[in-house]
Design a protein around this ligand. Sequence first.
Ligand code: ATP
Ligand code: MG
Length: 238
Amino acid sequence: MSADLPETCGTARGVLPCVAAVGVSKIYRRRVDEVIALKRASLSLFPGQMCALLGPSGSGKSTLLHILGLLDAPTSGKVVYDGVDAPPPGGRAADTFRRTRIGFIFQSGNLVPVLNALENVEIPLLHSALSGAQRRERARFALARVGLSHRERHRPSGLSGGEQQRVAAARALVAEPAIVLADEPTASLDTAAAAGLLDCFATLQQGTRTAFLIATHDVRVTERVDRCCHVHDGVLDE
Ligand SMILES: Nc1ncnc2c1ncn2[C@@H]1O[C@H](COP(=O)(O)OP(=O)(O)OP(=O)(O)O)[C@@H](O)[C@H]1O
Ligand SMILES: [Mg+2]
């Protein structure tokens, strides 16, 4: 059990955060210079919480989400899940961990180009105990919830930017993960689609106590969250 969890931001005392960044710094070193993207950022997220991560372009939002999602390693500091240090990114343990506990919505969608929408959404279920038919049914349901039943057979190249973003969201939600890390998930969505996606988030938040950390510039998101954190030049504040 990690004794150094930050008691930040609306801490529910006595409840263990489902995920925490503890003094996380990230320096991107390049041949000619370096970028300090995060400076000792600490954040605790609790089950059932929906938190917006706000800040100007280049302030470090995606960097923090990637580190929390075990896609990238911090230069210093650590990530803690349910009180236990997370496995290092890049290894099999981190892959399994991410697959079973984390839904990640990438800023760029990151869909598999040779798979259609339904197959993309099914990916997180491939290692589950579900049968092929059950997986397909779950994926269909997730696609329907983001309003894309009519695009099941389309590959990403045959989808609009907003549709790709909704497929990416359905893929992140289909396994009902404990934590969803969402990088500007409504950036390409019109009012109705954004509201529909936020309704999906709220259903999971209330049903399975899924926690959400959402990097966003979108007031439609900030109006619906429980909590906002701000990042400026790599420094995180409530
Ligand atoms: N691989 C990298 N190599 C070097 N610098 C990087 C790398 N990735 C990000 N950066 C820099 O780190 C800083 C933080 O980037 P990040 O992508 O986290 O910003 P952001 O807050 O998500 O911005 P946006 O709102 O535009 O998506 C930026 O200055 C960016 O240029
Ligand atoms: Mg970003």
